[in-house]
Design a protein around this ligand. Sequence first.
Ligand SMILES: Cc1cc2nc3c(=O)[nH]c(=O)nc-3n(C[C@H](O)[C@H](O)[C@H](O)COP(=O)(O)OP(=O)(O)OC[C@H]3O[C@@H](n4cnc5c(N)ncnc54)[C@H](O)[C@@H]3O)c2cc1C
Length: 355
Amino acid sequence: MYSPAVDIEREFGLAFWDETCPPLTGFHAHAGTLQAGLMVEFHTRMGPGQSVDQRLKMPRWMRTFEQLGGKVEIRETDLSDLERLAASSELVLVAAGKGEISQLFERDSQRSVHEKPQRTIALTYLHGMTPRSDCGGINIHVHPGVGELIHFPALTLTGPCDIVNLEAVIGGPMDDWNDVSNPADHLEKTLQQIRSHFPWEAHRFENVRLTDELGILAGRVTPTIRKPIGTLPSGRSVLGIGDVFVLNDPATGQGSNNASRTSKILFDAIQARGREPFDASWIRSTVDAVWEATRCSASLTNTVLSRPPHALKVMTACSKHPRLAREFADGFGDPSSMTWFFDPLAAEQKIESYA
Ligand SMILES: Cc1cc2nc3c(=O)[nH]c(=O)nc-3n(C[C@H](O)[C@H](O)[C@H](O)COP(=O)(O)OP(=O)(O)OC[C@H]3O[C@@H](n4cnc5c(N)ncnc54)[C@H](O)[C@@H]3O)c2cc1C
């Protein structure tokens, strides 16, 4: 998570890992191919962000929630539960991520750009990586036509680690994960792909091991924007938040940041409502505010994944202009400041303004 989202956790007294999680203070980008050689390389300061394993974070937050008087029940929720909750509660928020129950919320075909996954994702938690000496943060390596290698320090169950995310272009040479069935094979495939497609980075992975057998993941995400108001068979409304509403490919690391921003908006809107009911007009204005705060994360991710020519021009310009590089890196934490990056003309003007 980038610094603005971690700041929200600090504001609420929920940033319990400031002392133990390695800070993400740098942003390093590299684009090139084996044939064409180096196209882009820059690094800059950013943040500081933080990547805390959700397996550490969520149990701690659930305990805190209970200490504050909340009640946690761990079980599968179905439509009849939602009906019961909606009948007995002032407000029901559904944060079911990619769970099946999210289908209660209709896909928004106007706002959704993609109908299919854009990458095959393979994520791995590792101990033993050799760090960069000049950039303790996010490293993004782009191999045009093949995919991306993204890695950054993090905190997991067994202490500090590195997270490695391979993003394979669908149908490309790295899109080769179907036959991987166990953690050892997953690690081997990851290392093999790094050696083949990101050889300049392979030396950092010579002595790695998995942090634990569950610290791996491979799959695909169809980036999807849904309509955030779900109507139950009874006609009552429930509100979809987080990935239920705006689901991005993880390439730009936006989802947890959106979740944090959204929680703050909801908290403020709920407080401001006082004793008034959460009626249709409150729901409408609240979801509009959430969309306003999260929509640019989808534009940023779509631009990075589709890689239009102007995106490469911007990255090339970042190699020459350190202040543009810093602005670009900090934009990942605040995509609403990046609208210039989504549009070729505005991107040209931005580059010129730094020239
Ligand atoms: C590989 C990968 C890497 C990522 N990297 C980053 C990153 O670097 N930065 C970032 O900001 N984001 C990242 N994300 C995205 C981030 O993890 C999600 O956006 C974020 O967790 C969304 O939070 P959420 O609460 O909406 O959903 P989730 O975190 O998915 O939580 C939903 C929960 O609901 C539960 N659930 C679902 N259905 C039911 C049901 N019927 N009954 C009961 N429980 C149910 C699920 O089990 C799950 O625990 C990444 C995602 C992936 C897949």
